[in-house]
Ligand binder design. Sequence first.
Ligand code: TYM
Length: 370
Amino acid sequence: MNVKVNPYEVEGKIDYDKLIKEFGVNKITPEVLEEIENITGEIHPYLKRGIFFAYRDLKKVLEEYKKGNKFFLYTGCGPSGPIHLGHVSTWLFTKWLQEKFDVELWFQFTDDEKFLYKNMSYDEIQKWTHENMLDVIALGFDPKKTHFLVDTKHAGIMYPEAIKVAKKITFSSIKSAFGFTDSNNIGSIFYTAMQTVPVFLPNVLKNENKPCLIPLGIDQDVHFRLSRDVVEKLGHQKPAIIHSKFMIPLTGPEGKMSSSNPDSAIFLTDSHEEVKRKINKYAFSGGRDTAEEQRKYGGNVEIDVACQWLKYFEESDKKLEKIYEDYRKGKLLSGEVKKILIEKINLFLALHQKRRKTAEKLLPKFIYKS
Ligand code: TYM
């Protein structure tokens, strides 16, 4: 199968080293980790474990930070369905960056994008925008330092900037970047301009010139590959980016967890029973056919979804390594690793779902008011 990695299609077995070359990004090296640790005093497990694995211009941003020049963070969500654990992994890391660097976060909800790309009504997309905002709030971002931008609601401040970006991107570059044909609607052709705006909008609003750092899943890189140069031509700084690998789907060792395939994903609104059922039923196993064979020959942690997902949920390196070692040696069976994972995820979801109940009240504090 052909490998495809763009915001609208992720397919095939992804070779991340190859992607680094193809996309022209840099690999996160131990030296970069050290630079981060010098500032933050610790290294997030997602960095240590190679989940966040690549960057653009990150060193520059860190250098400036050390001189006392803060950056702001920018990331986003395309609201067309429930939030799953894959989305959350990038946002939990974003939250860590916000706390450690003590910086502002601009969070874009691209209701326009999802309306244009999905076969869904405007009202349905608005419903998901609201629901997704509640989940983002429940993750615990600081309301004093986090600003939500909703494309259709903040069009008044975004559109004048979006047309400046759009004027400098040709149809032919959009076409080749996304594989568009004559049958794509004209809104989708314009959309990259909207996703570019928050890269510099805070500076326009506050008359500042701070650098921007974007944590994202690598599928989103395409938009910024198209627009980084444009941003500079408009007199702003190119954004720095830090890229995440994909959280794999429940059903297999390849590709990405996605809302369009509910069996592949755990949603933040799933009940404890649902989590248990999905993992037990669908989690792709790296184990042997029988418990007896597993005890004798051991299993493959690299393709076992429960083992791989524990990278996101088991904070202790020691415990994780022990689970891997036992699984490889056949001391742990697939069902037993699944049980550990189910407990970890349900613990996380219990807290999240409790916080989500009070998120509605906090919403006005998060929505940007000019
Ligand atoms: P969306 O809603 O598709 O995804 C939101 C964020 O989650 C990441 N993501 C994943 N990360 C790891 N594993 C997965 N399985 C997985 N699935 C999704 C995405 O890469 C993304 O970072 N157009 C965007 C919204 C957006 C945005 C941005 C994203 C607007 N501005 C700036 C990142 C940065 C979208 O539809 O994302």
